[in-house]
Design a protein around this ligand. Structure first.
Ligand SMILES: NC(=O)c1ccc[n+]([C@@H]2O[C@H](COP(=O)([O-])OP(=O)(O)OC[C@H]3O[C@@H](n4cnc5c(N)ncnc54)[C@H](O)[C@@H]3O)[C@@H](O)[C@H]2O)c1
Length: 377
């Protein structure tokens, strides 16, 4: 099958998420890195793109030059990944969608609900794909959990408990480090710190596995390091449209927790437990029965979990290959196949509505508020 042309904005040398995208997009032979504006520093970005094999005339100085250059080409990129800092996502994503490109945007998709609604409108009008990189939803065993819920193996979901809590910003003596400080500064990060950064992954995961949307929530935010304006710890209770109860804790000062993302789903006839640090295993307990450890690659799993596994049972298949699974589904969708598990602009918008709802609730001492985007009410 002919490879698709892929372009990247941001994700330059030394960036956190850039390597996972490059490994992910190219893992299965679907995409070739054909163009890029990889760095806020034009020269550095162009040099790095060329070192990765991008032709000099497609190693652009900035995203505007890339948009003009690619739009004029017959072999224009089939997909653009936006992996720049949060405040630039809206402008870049909107411009590329309007010019007729498919986009994979990093989370959070936008900084405001209004911008999120605008991206949904533009994506729908363009007929192009606008995906959002909720990559944890693409681990094979997360897909397995989703299938188990969808096929009724847990009965009705009653309760979801999820955490995305690490301790990497817990050292008060490091709080002024520029790489840490901006995350708690409203001018750089928007209205929310930790919840918008990590909590929305957990909230998306809850919706993804349950196959349901968050309708209301109540939040308690804390800035446990006094110099911080935005929260470094958030506790969010939520309710889903179908009645499931949700509990979400997201923290960056939980010293000793490393990646710290886990989820438990409790239904009428069984419970599931999964953690990102052991992504190949799901713990499943049927009501009245023993706990079973389900392993990626074993017999009897769903086709969905099977098709997203590449290596044999018990071999670790980690984060970059979860990102790769997003690209597998994107390549299929670009080639015209239906992919209902791909996180889309609508999911990015729901996250932003939840962020604003949580901020409003926290200001009102945990009052319950509507968490749905206005355009979906
Ligand atoms: N999905 C995930 O699990 C996940 C994980 C980490 C980061 N992220 C998201 O990825 C994005 C980037 O985060 P990061 O940690 O890699 O940031 P980073 O600061 O490590 O890297 C950002 C990169 O973007 C480049 N850049 C900045 N402005 C640019 C511009 N205008 N044009 C082109 N390049 C530009 C920088 O030079 C740098 O190479 C953020 O939105 C973050 O929330 C997502």
């Amino acid at each position: 099958m002919k490879k698709l042309n892929w372009g990247m904005i941001g994700g330059g040398e030394g960036s956190q998420i850039g390597p996972a995208h490059r490994l992910g997009a190219q893992a299965d032979g679907n995409f070739t890195l054909a163009a890029g504006a990889l760095d806020v520093d034009a020269e550095r970005g162009s040099a790095y793109a060329q070192s990765l094999g991008v032709a000099p005339d497609r190693a652009y100085a900035d995203w505007q030059e890339m948009l003009a250059g690619e739009a004029a080409r017959r072999d224009r990129v089939d997909l653009v990944t936006v992996a720049t800092p949060n405040s630039t996502h809206f402008e870049i994503t909107k411009a590329f969608l309007e010019a007729g490109f498919n986009v994979l945007c990093e989370k959070p998709m936008t900084l405001t609900v209004e911008e999120g609604e605008e991206i949904v409108r533009v994506a729908r009008a363009s007929g192009k794909i606008c995906a959002v990189n909720y990559c944890y939803s693409a681990y094979p065993m997360v897909r397995e959990m989703r299938q188990m819920v969808a096929t009724g193996q847990l009965g009705k979901v009653r309760l979801i408990v999820t955490n995305f809590s690490h301790g990497h910003h817990g050292d008060a003596t490091d709080a002024d480090n520029p790489r840490v400080r901006w995350r708690y500064d409203p001018a750089m990060a928007g209205v929310s710190g930790q919840f918008a950064d990590c909590g929305i992954h957990a909230l998306h995961m809850a919706s993804f596995i349950a196959g349901d949307d968050v309708s209301t929530l109540s939040a308690d935010f804390a800035s446990t390091i006094p110099s911080r304006v935005l929260e470094d710890d958030a506790m969010v209770n939520f309710r889903m449209a179908g009645g499931a109860v949700g509990r979400l804790w997201s923290s960056s000062v939980a010293i000793g927790r490393q990646h710290g993302f886990d989820i438990q789903v409790f239904g009428e006839t069984g419970g599931l437990r999964w953690a990102s640090e052991q992504p190949n295993q799901v713990y499943y307990t049927p009501v009245g029965g023993r706990t079973q450890i389900m392993e990626k690659g074993e017999a009897g799993l769903s086709d969905e979990a099977g098709r997203l596994s590449r290596v044999a049972i018990a071999h670790p298949e980690g984060f970059p290959l979860a990102v790769a699974n997003i690209y597998v589904d994107l390549a299929a969708a670009i080639r015209g196949e239906a992919r209902d598990s791909l996180p889309l602009a609508e999911d990015g918008l729901r996250s932003m509505a939840a962020v604003y709802a949580a901020v409003a609730s926290a200001k009102e001492h945990g009052a319950w508020v509507d968490a749905r985007p206005p355009m979906f009410r």
